[in-house]
Ligand binder design. Structure first.
Ligand SMILES: *[C@@H]1O[C@H](CO)[C@@H](O)[C@H](O)[C@H]1NC(C)=O
Ligand SMILES: *[C@@H]1O[C@H](CO)[C@@H](O)[C@H](O)[C@H]1NC(C)=O
Ligand SMILES: *[C@@H]1O[C@H](CO)[C@@H](O)[C@H](O)[C@H]1NC(C)=O
Ligand SMILES: *[C@@H]1O[C@H](CO)[C@@H](O)[C@H](O)[C@H]1NC(C)=O
Length: 368
């Protein structure tokens, strides 16, 4: 959640301070996003062992074969590549992200991270865009399979949060994506993730890059992945591409002038218009895969019984000739990227914007 909510929440927190008998702090002495723990030797059982005004850490950070099951409450995520990443999602079926943002647990595509596994067939398409600044994943999902209420448009998670405890509280993230040998595990202190609307958009920023906090901007949570993680993902296609770096989220150019957008506070009401559209960065060298080749660890994990949703409609796949046709290369350019991006993303923007706002309002009510 963005800093723009901070003042409202500080007011809420001081109210509970006056009303309650305990003097619980709102903020940690050190923001969670500034803590460094070498993996695995320095990872504590809980990054946030104490109680704060918002609550305590829901799960734990030391995760291993004992905690690797479908009830796991592991909150140490990995985002390594197209075949090996974790989504942060609820621990109980039919939950909304807004109600559980402080409590999300890891759901992974591979064994070995000590968390839950994403049921087979949940991910129906994915695009990974990578460059030296960041690695970004955009996945199409059947979100009910990872305990998210089917109609939920979700929200944004990051290691900052309204009170610097992170969402989830105490969550950690690691990656091998920026190591030269593709094996060394590094902590990622700047990342964010949009989850909901049957999609998940994840960005992890290179700690050695020139501007990880900029590329992984976390203050634009109400304007969705469309502005924070523009992409040309197509449902049914599983691909990894090299990509130019996107514009820093919120920075845009009009008539040669570079301008910066700040998200208005919720008190000013819904965001109905934006002064720009985020550019989808040019991508190249796309390599496509079959999902069965990527997610071999998931074959034994079947989806839970559907949680009584009304319609029996299947997830909408925008029919693609190239889907699942095996490993190969697909050329891509900025212009084709834009047109496929529009056909996928634009239609959901209004709903997504609206629901983010509802989600934020909900979480404020929840915290209060
Ligand atoms: C495995 O993880 C659990 C839960 O965090 C922890 O209590 C236990 O000590 C860990 N086991 C090992 C061998 O590290
Ligand atoms: C690096 O490792 C990730 C995670 O296993 C994998 O997805 C990716 O293909 C690897 N990249 C290279 C260049 O080997
Ligand atoms: C997610 O997909 C399910 C199954 O198709 C559908 O019922 C639900 O409306 C979708 N949710 C959103 C937010 O689009
Ligand atoms: C899921 O949650 C919604 C909203 O709280 C509720 O209306 C619905 O009945 C729940 N579905 C199931 C199967 O529990």
């Amino acid at each position: 959640m963005a800093r723009s909510a901070l003042s409202a929440l500080v007011a809420v927190a001081s109210f509970s301070y006056v009303a309650g008998q305990a003097t619980l702090s709102t903020f940690p002495a050190t923001p969670i996003a500034s803590l460094h723990f070498a993996y695995p030797s320095q990872v504590p059982y809980k990054v946030v062992p104490d109680q704060y005004a918002r609550g305590t850490q829901f799960g734990y950070n030391i995760c291993n074969s004992t905690t690797e099951n479908q009830q796991s409450l592991c909150q140490t995520a990995f985002v390594n590549g197209i075949d090996d990443f974790c989504i942060l999602a609820p621990s109980q079926p039919n939950s909304t992200i807004g109600d559980t943002e402080g409590e999300e647990v890891i759901w992974c595509t591979k064994k070995g991270h000590g968390g839950r596994l994403i049921p087979d067939g949940t991910i129906t398409g994915i695009q990974v865009l990578r460059n030296t600044n960041y690695v970004q994943l955009f996945a199409f999902l059947n979100q009910a399979n990872i305990d998210i209420s089917p109609p939920d448009f979700g929200g944004e998670l990051d290691p900052h949060g309204q009170d610097l405890l992170g969402n989830p509280i105490g969550g950690l993230l690691y990656s091998t994506a920026f190591s030269s040998d593709n094996k060394t595990i590094q902590q990622i202190n700047e990342w964010n993730m949009f989850v909901g609307g049957n999609t998940s958009a994840i960005k992890v920023c290179n700690p050695a890059g020139p501007n990880p906090a900029g590329f992984c901007q976390h203050t634009l949570d109400r304007i969705g992945w469309q502005y924070n993680m523009p992409n040309s993902a197509v449902n049914g296609v599983f691909e990894v591409c090299d990509s130019d770096a996107m514009d820093i989220p919120g920075v845009y150019t009009v008539n040669g002038q570079t301008l910066s957008y700040s998200q208005p506070p919720e008190s000013l009401g819904p965001i109905s218009t934006l002064p720009y559209t985020a550019r989808i960065p040019a991508s190249s060298n796309c390599v496509t895969f079959q999902s069965s080749a990527l997610y071999t660890d998931l074959a034994s994990i079947s989806a839970p019984t559907p949680t009584g949703t009304s319609s029996g409609s299947t997830p909408t796949a925008s029919g693609k000739g190239t889907a699942g046709t095996g490993t190969g290369t697909r050329s891509s350019s900025a212009s084709t990227a834009s047109s496929t991006g529009k056909s996928n993303g634009a239609g959901t923007l209004t709903a997504s914007l609206f629901s983010s706002i509802v989600g934020v309002a909900f979480s404020i009510a929840f915290i209060a």
